[in-house]
Write a protein that binds this ligand. Structure first.
Ligand code: TRP
Length: 75
């Protein structure tokens, strides 16, 4: 049920430099980018995995916080 995905937990991404990209990748047989969000240093995005998004790719230096722990990308 769509609502089950949409009420799922959030991940948190904080950009640690300008030009960080948070890229949503499609769920299903083909894996495409369906959205690219550009962030500047200090900006924070809270995002969910949904029926349309099965993976999230992050380019650049960012702090990523999920229930699995905290990780820094881009260094
Ligand atoms: N479209 C794929 C899926 O829904 C997404 C995917 C599978 C993927 N494996 C991956 C994305 C590895 C990035 C890396 O299952």
């Amino acid at each position: 049920m769509e609502e089950d995905y949409i009420s799922g937990e959030y991940i948190c991404v904080k950009a640690l430099e300008n030009g960080v990209q948070v890229i949503g990748m499609t769920r299903g047989r083909d894996t495409r980018f369906h959205h690219t969000e550009k962030m500047d240093a200090g900006e924070v995005v809270l995002a969910q995995f949904t029926q349309n998004t099965s993976a999230i790719k992050i380019r650049g230096r960012a702090l990523i916080i999920t229930r699995h722990g905290q990780i820094e990308s881009g260094k």
